[in-house]
Design a protein around this ligand. Sequence first.
Ligand SMILES: [Zn+2]
Length: 585
Amino acid sequence: MRRSKTQSQTPLVKITCYGSVSEIGGNKVLLEDGDLRLLFDFGKSFGRYNKYFDGVFTIERNVRGLLDVFLLGLVPPLRGLVREDLVPAFDPTRLQKTAPTSKLSNYRLSPLDIDAFWNHWQADAAHYFPDLRRDDPERPTVDAILISHAHQDHIGDLGYVDLTIPCVSTRLTAFISKVLVDIGGRSGAPLANRVALSRQGMLAPDRGSAAYIGRPWLFVDDVPPSHTNADTDVLGDAGLFWASSPSTKGLQLARFDKLPVGGKLAGRSIRHWPVDHSIPGSVGYAVETLAGWVAYTGDLRMHGKQGDLTRAFAQALAELKPVALLCEGTRLTEPNRTTEAQVHDKCLRQVQDAVGRLVLADFAPRNIERLLAFADIADQTHRTLLIQPRDAYLLRAIHLAAPAAIPDVMQYPYVALFPDPKATEGKKWERVTRTRYKNKIVSLPQIQHHLADYILAFSLSDLADLNDLQFLTGNKLGGLYIFSNSPAYDEEQQVDLQHLWYWTKHLGMELVGLQNHHGELRPEPGYHASGHAGADDLVEFVRTVNPRQLIPIHTEVPDKWRELLVGTNIEVTQPMYAQPISIDG
Ligand SMILES: [Zn+2]
């Protein structure tokens, strides 16, 4: 049959995965719809990253900018998408001198050397890594990055992305992303270190007056309101928090706005729905393309407190009759198991039985649902939950982001602050937190004399702080250690659990939630609920949505979907790294 004039040889709608292909995390999904370009997330692939780097002895070299992450295949070398200021210099004699604006920034690469760097990646792979620069320099190369939630495997590589490209997210996701940069000090999703080349050709943070550059942001809910102009307390209101720099050096704030009503971006409708996951502010998206609706789940589950949100998301997508659904499948081989409610009850019983003993609760730092569960357990057992200053900073920030949904936990009489000795108070977030909550800081002698009155919300990185208490009490600290965290996914995490095991032995603590099977440490059922739906719920979700085409991402076993969807008309299309999938209308 002859093609009609309106049909083009090249597909109008294409989806290309630059991550999350047969792996968990590293989501970087490019959706091209005519001349509209959107990305779903831009996360870090921990699986691939940890093959090369241990974060201690072998670390990526910031002085070489993009080189390591490109060569190791961690970030796709897409010109126009990735920051041009991170192009490395190899020959300092070729650097050009410019008018100095700060100590470092008077050297730059010649346009020829910059082109040579990009041509290197395009030489034999231009098809996989196209030059995304537009003819219209005013229009961002990618119109927007739709962020599903603030886990690093979804946002962790945004620090490499051109800072004129706007992000779209909930206020909660934006604020949690900012907390990560404020505390971590490195470039991240909402802002990045300004860099410059030294005379020797090394890339280094430019410590000039505006050391940080912000990224334009479109909030799906609403812009952070500000009630005051006085920049005295960055935790005072949402607007101040968003506009604040992570350090005493300035932040060049970018424009931010509400996603237009109806979610129209470049003429296309973008819709979002809140979903249940192990971090607040998580959403899934659908975009109305020329071929029909394309949906993206982000990460989700149905067994948390807000499982109904995920079910409502499935129903809403079903009504749109999507042509394609990009769906996560982290736990495709596991059945549904423990729910958050069961974890709460099990941990409550343990704490009730630990009369007269110190209790330590170990859970993921940004798992707010779990933190609230332990706050509730503290209340019910007449204890005080002691949290680290970094958690107090995060809690206040997310309360400012969503005051109706997230309580101001630090106001609770049964939540207080641990006097973290690791903190130097040199960092801005630390000073701000300690000043704001100075009346909430409990001293070490206070804890030492009333061990059984507290639950310590600690992680492995805080365990050495328990030596202080062990010294003060004069003998083994003792008490109950509740491991309410995810299992070890790789050797490195298994080593972490070994450390934890030795610490509890050293401190004389009883460990629950983790079992030792001939040297291998495995979680004991009932103390942790996954952030991801199990196979049964995932299948229910996809069957409800009933897309024409399923594109499995964020799973190590994408093939599994075919057998799980037997008997349906849903076509499963396996994505391949950097290879576009055409979506026909
Ligand atoms: Zn996640």
